[in-house]
Design a protein around this ligand. Sequence first.
Ligand code: ADP
Ligand code: MG
Length: 699
Amino acid sequence: MNPLLTPIEYLKGVGPQRAEVLKSELGIFNFRDLLYHFPFRYVNRSEYFRISDISSNIAEIQIKGKMVSLKEIGENRKKRLIAQFQDETGSAELIWFRSTSWQVEKFKALLHKPITIYGKPSFFNGNISFTHPEIEEEDSQKSNFGLLPVYPNSEKVLKKGVNNRVFQALQLEMRQQIQNYIKENLSDELRKKYDLISRKDAFLQIHFPDSIENLQSAANRLKFEEFFFLHLSLLSKKINDNKKFKSNPFPNVGKYFNSFYSNHLSFELTDAQKRVIKEIRNDLGKEAQMNRLLQGDVGSGKTIVAFFSMLIAADNNFQSLMMAPTEILAQQHYNGLKQEADKIGLKISILTGSTTKSERKIIHEELESGKIDILVGTHALIEDKVTFKNLGLAVIDEQHRFGVAQRAKLWKKGSKPPHILIMTATPIPRTLAMTLYGDLDASILDELPKGRKPIVTVHRKDKDRLTIFKFMKDEIAKGRQVYVVYPLIEESEKLDYKDLMDGYESISRYFPLPQYAVSIVHGQMKSADKEFEMQRFVQNETQIMVATTVIEVGVNVPNASIMLIESAEKFGLSQLHQLRGRVGRGAEQSYCILMTKDGLNEVAFKRISTMVETQDGFKIAEVDLELRGPGNVMGTQQSGMLDFKIADLNRDKEIFIAAKNAAEWLLTQDPMLSDSKNKIIFDFFEAFHKKQIAWANIS
Ligand code: ADP
Ligand code: MG
């Protein structure tokens, strides 16, 4: 057996009880898992601080000195052990909660002796204290290493006595047994080209580095490896896909496209729109299936780009479909696209969950006979038994609402899979997009139509409410409309619903009939009622729309100039950004008001201040990625592919690009990895790839 796969209970110092928590808490089942349990920090044990050196907010440090007093205070669960610690420059308090009598005895024995404490200092009322510092008799440190690893750990594991010191010991014990089995998986050629240390050295150095430089080389090598095999997997899938999937090519750009472009376009396209339409046009001309992600911030004008793509399909006698995540959005797309389609005599229909049976029958027939050129709809579209005469293009709006499985069903709608254009208004950082959609080409609308005014964004608290209501009245007097949005989080649905209703009532009181009319839309309403209320707002029959996040995506009311978001701290960044995008769609100055409670935590504050500072969707997406990690960014939850052990998409962009280049370079040299010098890469890749297949089939 491969010694790396030895069950963790067989490591000296572990045993069955500790093994149990290591498995359940940290996912460490065998030696290899422990090897991959990387330190998240290091402490420089060759460097000593003095108490007078301590400035606030520094990481863990060590100080030489002595304990001059020791006392226990409080009773039972509130019991604390407090020691006064001194060096020649000052004094600090050491605190232990839940101290055991064993600990007390041990510390008593150390009183007035030279010791080294080690921990993270904190300031309170001008005093320096250390909570749960580690204590050593001076010079008991036997390790030769300057940098010592600090491992991620959990409360339950600690309770079984596996503290950081024990983790270090386990790592050292294990390395004796396995270091000769850490196999290289990159060729000499590649390692030379990218200046990478050996895999064995990398694993040894990442746990117990000899120097900062060696630590960096080790981290670099391991991150590179992680990205490299991911890229290799994505690229080889792309090569296979290009071989496998053929769609119908659309060689002609003809009367629909040209006549609409020359005679019916009511504004000038932005340069970005022109560029992206060209990219799509180029793709559609080919037989290889288009798989294109169209990223564009809210309001960047993705819809018209999609429409031009549909015109190319129509010019080649193919049908198109457009799917939206909600009924409201589908309806809005339909209304908008119908106006345009009518101008050039294309037939467009809508099919959603609320389409009646008799309407549905007609639509089915007209799709099969080819009478319908464009079909707009919701998820119902793919669940539905609809078949097309010749579906050539599928446009998917706001893809993150569509599951992978649903998208897969699209394939079955025609003899050949349609070309696919996925539109998303949730900008995804480039690194993440490449990872998530490695086999998708990306187009970016990075320019807003001319004349848009930046949205003034402010952060306000409850005490400002009357001023805000007054401001709303002023805007409404100018003819504008207002959104008021409440959070709706699944776990606390009832509470949120109550907040929404309370809010609606107080707004209705402050903005009474007949002078004002207030709409309300929320998830528990029937879709016909929602639609009715939406339409009243769209028609400007109501001035205020109180809603939960159902309006989040896509809704277009250019006359709305205020977006008031209640309990804004409860929303994620990308949601806030989406919501703000509902205003600023007309020529008027628009406002986004973020209401929060007092005393936000650090992360919530960062979200709110990011919103106030910038309107750049890509910047916002980067902050989002930084705050939440890739696994939580919209659309990535189901992928499971971003569980990097050491690499970080946000911080390691350069390595990410280098690894991509390396994978591309390698596959151009040796597409099948059949050259003997690449055998070690191939072997590792095979094992890796098997694991990845599950998520790699993403679209
Ligand atoms: P999104 O990218 O958020 O889906 P839309 O496609 O809904 O944006 O476009 C937002 C608004 O901007 C629409 O009213 C649309 O008609 C308008 N629009 C799109 N492109 C342009 C342009 N080049 N110039 C002016 N207005 C445009
Ligand atoms: Mg849109």
